[in-house]
Design a protein around this ligand. Structure first.
Ligand SMILES: Cc1ncc(C[n+]2csc(CCOP(=O)(O)OP(=O)(O)O)c2C)c(N)n1
Ligand SMILES: [Mg+2]
Length: 597
């Protein structure tokens, strides 16, 4: 007998799903059975077991981000379903398609305060706001599967199917009766060509052509539009800043790419935003408006495929609703090449000087290791087509600033949710999607202790399946929740609160060795380059346990008077180790003003 669960898997297969990340439980055993049978029934869907359902959701999110396909994750009823949430919010907030399939208690027990009975429709109502539904009848399975995937793709959102365990085992109804009240859905997603109306393009071109100092800001929505963004920037004589999720949209060696923006941004990005007269935003919802021009100082044109995201961070004079590449292709013939190239020349000079500041900061000494140096030395050694995954923490700063990304590479992190713990599971998702590419995860010790060490077990379980086994986890072992320590100091003016911030040490490299991976312990600045070389030569996944100095400041590109006052107040009010903190902050800060060859 073909069950509803068999049919669900068959239908997902027909939609192109080939891999599901998850964790079992009796609430979802019917689907597990179907996955086991699917292989024999010639529609195999691979099941990848994470250590925790949240990690499975991150892996599905990573799959969606790096492949552009729908990611699928699966969990049992009650606790398993609850565990998925944070990973699903990550996908929702960064606008990528993920389908969650969760079990539920049997239909006859629902409403009976039954064991592991949680009101899942209500629980998922926010995270899967575009579509969440429980199957109450076998005839629903077909259209629930079709709608969950179609809506996830169409809205680039999270959707959820809830499957009661008795229904999973019930006989499938593949073709609902031809009668009143049934639904007859089909498979297939057709990509549309979305471009704004001609008159809006003309208005946009007028604003951009009138601008004398155009600043472009691109995000994840420009990922496939690199060529068009460059063409537009050439015509407009513009510089281009990149929001964090757009890091891989353009290579960093272009002389007018100012790099990242925001607290972990660069000075050229900051200066460009403060001095521009026209802001051109493409596929970005970068949230911190204090890093954009002051309202009224610049005219703004914005392109976004999602109308809801238009004119949200800065009032746009012209909103262009459309795909970034298509829209730019339609707009470019309307742009006039600017004669005056002085704005662009100034940006290029600043970018050139900034890379020297970063280098100088990276080679400053620290106790024992300067984290910037670890990233700086990796940058030229990054293999072609590698994939970079960063966690939330100080690693995101150095990932954003110090790594020069090249064409063909991919990079991502939890951008909008900015959750800790996504780095290692993202890397695992990337590795399954692209087993022949080298994948890096840059992770703090806090995030490793939160869940990264657990997911090293997943890596140990699966790495032999990957054609190129190199998955390299860099742990910034600073025994501190460093990003937040600096936020306490600079944003709140409080000294570091040791009880909340200090972390115990953990032998990451030894632990990796115990799991059959390769562990490298690193605390000597002169050994950094060799460590990267060894990791890249390894025949298995590697964990580099880098003993980095927590007192190297992730300095924002522009320090306000208030931030400086807060920092001094934190020092005066007895920050532990303040002498060393002040010395490191001074060393890095002064690099902005020193001449560099
Ligand atoms: C799930 C979650 N909890 C808490 C935070 C707040 N937070 C952001 S960064 C950070 C510190 C991260 O510490 P670690 O992983 O050691 O990296 P470090 O900054 O020390 O390099 C914290 C606590 C968060 N973003 N996500
Ligand atoms: Mg840390």
């Amino acid at each position: 007998m073909e069950t509803c669960a068999d049919f669900l898997i068959e239908r997902l297969y027909a939609w192109g799903v080939r891999r599901i990340y998850g964790y079992p439980g009796d609430g979802i055993n019917g689907v597990m059975g179907a996955l086991e049978r699917a292989e024999k029934n010639s529609h195999p869907v691979e099941f990848i077991q994470a250590r925790h359902e949240e990690m499975a959701a991150f892996m599905a999110c990573s799959h969606a981000k790096f492949t552009g396909e729908v990611g699928v994750c699966l969990a049992t009823s009650g606790p398993g379903a609850i565990h998925l949430l944070n990973g699903l919010y990550d996908a929702k907030m960064d606008h990528v398609p993920v389908v969650a399939i969760v079990g539920q208690q049997s239909r006859q027990g629902l409403g009976g305060h039954y064991q592991q009975e949680v009101d899942l429709t209500t629980l998922f109502k926010d995270v899967a706001s575009e579509f969440v539904q429980m199957a109450a009848h076998p005839a629903q399975v077909r259209h629930l599967a079709d709608r969950a995937i179609r809506i996830a793709k169409a809205q680039r959102s999270v959707t959820c199917i809830i499957m009661p365990n008795d229904l999973q085992e019930a006989a499938a109804i593949k073709v609902p009766k031809h009668m009143h009240g049934t639904v007859h859905s089909g498979i297939g997603h057709a990509k549309a060509r979305i471009i704004p109306e001609e008159k809006e393009l003309l208005r946009a071109a007028k604003v951009l052509n009138e601008g004398k100092r155009v600043a472009m800001l691109i995000g994840a929505g420009a990922m496939h539009a690199g060529k068009e963004v460059i063409q537009a920037a050439e015509l407009l004589g513009a510089g281009i800043a990149k929001a964090l999720l757009g890091k891989a949209a353009l290579p960093d060696h272009l002389p007018y790419v100012t790099g990242s923006i925001g607290l972990l941004g660069t000075k050229p990005s900051w200066d460009m935003m403060m001095d521009c007269d026209t802001l051109f935003m493409i596929g970005t919802s970068f949230p911190y408006s204090e890093f954009l021009p002051k309202e009224g100082n610049a005219r703004c044109v914005q392109i976004d495929i999602d109308q809801r995201m238009l004119s949200l961070r800065y009032p746009a004079e012209v909103c262009l609703a459309g795909d970034s590449a298509e829209t730019l292709r339609a707009l470019i013939p309307m742009l006039k090449k600017k004669d005056d190239t002085s704005w662009r020349a100034k940006i290029e000079r600043e970018v050139e000087a900034w890379w020297k500041v970063l280098e100088a900061r990276a080679i400053n000494d620290a106790r024992p290791l300067n984290p910037q140096r670890v990233f700086w030395e990796l940058s030229p050694r990054l293999p072609d087509n590698c994939i970079l995954c960063a966690d939330s923490g100080s690693a995101a700063n150095w990932f954003a600033r110090d790594l020069k990304i090249r064409a063909g590479m991919m990079a991502s992190l939890s951008g909008t949710l900015a959750t800790m713990g996504a780095g290692v599971p993202y890397a695992i998702g990337a590795k399954f999607a692209f087993p022949d590419r080298v994948v890096f995860a840059f992770v703090g010790d806090g995030a490793m202790q939160m869940n990264g060490t657990g997911e090293l077990v997943t890596i140990a379980k699966y790495w032999k399946r990957w054609k190129d086994p190199r998955l390299i986890v860099l742990v910034l072992n600073n025994r501190d929740l460093n990003q937040v320590t600096w936020e306490q100091r600079v944003l709140s003016g409080d000294p570091k609160f040791k009880a909340s911030q200090n972390l115990p040490d953990f032998p990451y490299a030894t632990y990796a060795d115990m799991l059959g991976l390769k562990g490298i312990s690193l605390d000597n600045p002169d050994a950094v380059a060799v460590a990267w070389q060894d990791a890249l030569k390894a025949d298995r996944p590697v964990v580099i346990d880098a003993h980095t100095d927590p007192e190297v400041p992730p300095l924002p590109p522009h320090i306000t008077m208030q931030q400086a006052r807060h920092f001094m107040s934190a020092m005066i009010h007895g920050d532990p180790d303040r002498g060393h903190v002040m010395r490191q902050a001074f060393k890095d800060g002064i690099e902005n003003y020193l001449p560099h060859k």
